[in-house]
Ligand binder design. Sequence first.
Ligand code: DAU
Length: 338
Amino acid sequence: MSRTWLVTGGLGFIGSNFIRLVLKERADVRILNFDAMTYAGNPANLADVSSDPRYRFFKGDICDAKAVDEALAEPVETIVNFAAESHVDRSILDPEAFLRTDILGTHVLLEAVRRKNITRFLQVSTDEVYGHVPEGHSKETDPLAPRSPYSASKAGGDLQVLAYGSTYKSPVLITRGSNTYGPYQYPEKLIPLFVTNLLEDKPVPLYGDGLQVRDWIHVEDHARGILHILEHGHEMNVYNLGGGNPRTNLEITGLLLAQCGRAFDTHVRRVADRPGHDRRYSIDCGKAAALGWVPRRDFAAALNETVGWYRNNGQWWRPIKSGAFADYFKIQYAELLR
Ligand code: DAU
């Protein structure tokens, strides 16, 4: 008997890597990919599985209850919600889109879970909801203290999810992942932006003093973590998924410069800091580990492999960077880089 999982935002970075993993490793699962095809939803991310008979695509926005209902016309067992506006800098430029998708969209899906016979709903969230963590590691029970429009919207989504679990006994779970890197990441984020700029022989914009700390997880580890929690997690629980690789942005920049054969003096531009920039994120992942999940990828090797992927897949990122991304780049960076 096959089971159908509705994956929202499956044309994005983590969602597409999750779908590829599930199709490869869960032979009895059919995937219905529900994606609005916003700027970051790219069909090329799943070109290799698009003709798989266990994969189907449905174009739709999670804020559109009618479209969600249409997609759920066939029996669906599980919903995994990856659909989100996810880039902090864009949330500073235009917060409204974040409130809409990350809070209202989550609410629309939760209503669908109530109406239909959905037996599992997993919300993919972020370690940014804990806010800046000066020392120690955030636990799932820590208070939420988001500091950007993006993280505040994700926190709003998380609170809706838990409220539906308490009020309506909806079968909900949440994962909170750390900074993710790997193939098919939209080149607005630190690692793909810096790698592709360096490959193009362009400078990279380092915000502030570059001493902010992020914990890096390879996308395959993150996707495996979400699958593991989906299959083994307990309802109404939150699980942190971190890579265990804390690095300053300056360290990441140094590694990428070395791998791309560029020098700091010629290729790094120190620019004004991001407003409200969180200095450090760090999560305690003991709860997911107790369920049997630990990240597997070695950071140095996986980062090297990631740089190699961008080097060899210019046909994937060059059209993005010369298309709609170019307008965003101008708005976000022209003044900073001047
Ligand atoms: O922690 C998980 C989060 O990681 C996810 O929930 C978000 O969706 C994802 O965007 C990411 O958020 P960050 O803001 O940490 O990622 P970003 O790649 O934008 O930036 C990483 C660090 O690099 C951050 O300290 C800001 C810095 N940075 C970023 C860019 C784009 C720069 O110095 N220059 C840049 O041009």
